[in-house]
Write a protein that binds this ligand. Structure first.
Ligand SMILES: CC(C)(COP(=O)(O)OP(=O)(O)OC[C@H]1O[C@@H](n2cnc3c(N)ncnc32)[C@H](O)[C@@H]1OP(=O)(O)O)[C@@H](O)C(=O)NCCC(=O)NCCS
Length: 145
């Protein structure tokens, strides 16, 4: 199928050039996030999900820190609305569940709240501005007690 894709988890050292190409296009160029905020020095500590097209092109990514904080979920514009973001989230959530994380959270851009609600994330607190964009914290409990 021409728009098929795969998602896998990769360490930063293996995925760096492809992960950077997506985030450069989406956050720095499209959303005008300053480069010094995008490259925050935390990537080496994170688990990364990378989506590749059937041709091997990098089309989307996301990351999760050891404390369950999810971020940098991004899909190239021409690949949006085809469940690539969903597959990236599922890869990170599967990792979190299989490693007994009690909860995960995300600082969601407010326009993307419906995207995270699909995975049962719930908003918490007030909206705030980060990198010039409105955000709200959302949390997903994975284990009770
Ligand atoms: C947010 C983003 C990652 C979604 O990726 P995607 O691959 O298009 O998402 P999916 O196709 O898996 O969408 C799943 C569901 O999320 C919701 N959704 C997706 N994009 C949405 C949007 N822009 N606005 C509102 N809801 C949205 C829809 O309910 C959608 O289900 P539907 O297709 O049945 O309507 C993508 O739009 C993106 O890269 N945006 C730019 C970067 C960004 O802002 N990242 C979020 C940082 S918090």
């Amino acid at each position: 199928m021409s728009n098929s894709f795969t998602v896998s988890l990769v360490p930063w050292k293996d995925g760096e050039p492809l992960l950077k190409s997506i985030r450069e296009a989406v956050f720095i160029k499209e959303q005008n996030v300053p480069a010094e905020l995008e490259w925050d020095g935390l990537d080496e500590q994170c688990r990364h999900a990378l989506a590749l097209s059937h041709k091997g092109d990098a089309i989307g990514c996301g990351r999760m820190m050891a404390d369950g904080h999810i971020g940098r979920i991004s899909v190239l514009p021409q690949w949006r609305k085809q469940k690539v973001g969903t597959a990236i989230m599922e890869a990170l959530l599967n990792y979190a569940r299989s490693h007994d994380y009690k909860q995960v959270d995300v600082d969601a851009q407010t326009y993307a709240v419906p995207f995270y609600r699909k995975f049962d994330f719930v908003e918490e607190g007030e909206t705030f501005i980060d990198a010039g964009l409105p955000h709200i914290k959302m949390r997903l409990k994975l284990l009770s007690g």
